[in-house]
Design a binder for this molecule. Structure first.
Ligand code: AMP
Length: 225
């Protein structure tokens, strides 16, 4: 099963992606997480991407598109994937659609999590990343995924490992820029969403991201099942 998941930063897209991945044992491919891993490891790709990410800009297409298209061909994607954070603009959407066609890869579902921009922004600053596992969502203001306290500081609620914040989540201008890109329906991410919605050949599932995590997930699963 192959799934695209869209939603503005802060909409809970990564959280839902992690839950869906667990239910279907498909690979959760997060473009942002791939970049962050490369930055952490100091790779060439990480060095190329870092300055763009810190400012909230998109990493250029000539870096991002080949990275994702080759990732989808890796063996752990053979039984399916959920792609999160890509495509992020119209060019990426068109290129992905063409690549899927060329590779005879079917897209089964397009999930769109909708959320008002103001609420999305409020949610961003409270999220925390588990250093051990990117699929362990934590958020200081959401009860269902609240980190736990250990020795006087907050740790991952699932594995107890350390938590960190993303620099681009604590920078007001970077958050605004990411949302400018997301809500842009001319060439930005909403243009990519609309491109896929109009494309056909798979089921489109639109859910209200202002609901709690379980209700959002129930709404998605109801249409996948
Ligand atoms: P995310 O973790 O999805 O919020 O992504 C973090 C950052 O990685 C974004 O703000 C971009 O700088 C970069 N990035 C992630 N996905 C893409 C993409 N599809 N195209 C270009 N840049 C991306």
């Amino acid at each position: 099963m192959n799934i695209l998941i869209f939603g503005p930063n802060g909409s809970g897209k990564g959280t839902q992606g992690a839950i869906i991945q667990g239910k279907y044992t498909i690979s959760h491919i997060e473009s942002g997480a791939i970049f962050r891993k490369n930055i952490g490891e100091g790779t060439e790709l990480g060095m190329q991407a870092k300055a763009f990410i810190e400012k909230g800009d998109l990493v250029p297409d000539d870096i991002t598109i080949p990275m994702i298209l080759s990732r989808l061909k890796e063996s752990d994607c053979a039984d399916g994937w959920i792609l999160d954070g890509f495509p992020r603009n119209k060019v990426q959407a068109e290129t992905l659609a063409k690549a899927l066609e060329d590779e005879n890869m079917d897209l089964d579902y397009v999930v769109e999590i909708t959320l008002d921009r103001k609420i999305a922004k409020q949610r961003i600053t409270g999220r925390r990343l588990c250093v051990a596992n990117n699929n362990h969502p934590n958020h200081v203001a959401i009860d269902a995924i609240k980190p736990v306290e250990k020795d006087g500081h907050l740790v991952c609620r699932i594995c107890g490992d350390e938590l960190k914040t993303r620099p681009d989540d604590q920078d007001d201008a970077a958050i605004d820029k990411r949302h400018d890109i997301y809500y842009d329906d001319n060439t930005g991410t909403m243009a990519a969403v609309n491109f896929f919605k109009n494309h056909g050949g798979f089921k489109v599932i639109s859910v209200d991201g202002s609901l709690n995590i379980k209700d959002v997930n129930d709404a998605i699963m109801q249409d996948i099942a």
